[in-house]
Design a binder for this molecule. Structure first.
Ligand code: RB5
Length: 150
């Protein structure tokens, strides 16, 4: 799968590890930065281009990291068509895709260890949106919020 990653300084080390693991697992990786550790950098500068790339289909899925994952998820969800969520558990990494069409996985570089993060990434990438009618109906209601029709 073609996967995009983005982080600020808060997730720099984790992102570097995940890039290597994803490549080793045979995925194509697009690294939206940060490309060096800079304690003064800002997550929107990396997460926003990733979010646009996911919506444009330039990458199939995105992984957005910051210190907590909160800023990354808040930022990514500002882009119409993004379904980003901060995930800490295996169940949500799977169900978030199956039910809610999550297309960007957000994690905290300071809140999850590398083994948990890799499990979340693998689970997220292996899951598929179910397209069941009740989920399509719910996400259609969410999409109306994007277009400010409700
Ligand atoms: C940066 O110190 C930190 O605020 C950022 O990485 C992120 O955790 C914000 O939500």
């Amino acid at each position: 799968m073609r996967v995009g990653l983005a982080t600020d300084h808060g997730g720099f080390e984790l992102k570097e590890e995940l890039v290597a693991q994803l490549k080793a697992a045979g995925h194509e990786v697009v690294d939206f930065g940060a490309h060096e550790l800079n304690q003064g950098d800002d997550y929107p500068d990396y997460v926003t281009p990733l979010a646009h790339a996911v919506v444009a289909g330039e990458v199939e899925r995105g992984i957005a990291i910051c210190g907590s994952g909160v800023g990354a998820s808040v930022c990514a969800n500002k882009i119409e068509g993004v379904h980003a969520c901060l995930i800490h558990d295996h169940f949500s990494a799977k169900q978030g895709v199956e039910d809610d069409h999550m297309n960007i996985l957000c994690m905290g570089g300071r809140t999850v260890g590398p083994c948990v993060a890799w499990d979340l990434v693998e689970t997220f990438l292996n899951a598929e949106y179910s397209q069941e009618p009740r989920h399509l109906r719910r996400l259609a209601k969410v999409a109306l919020l994007d277009s400010r029709k409700v």
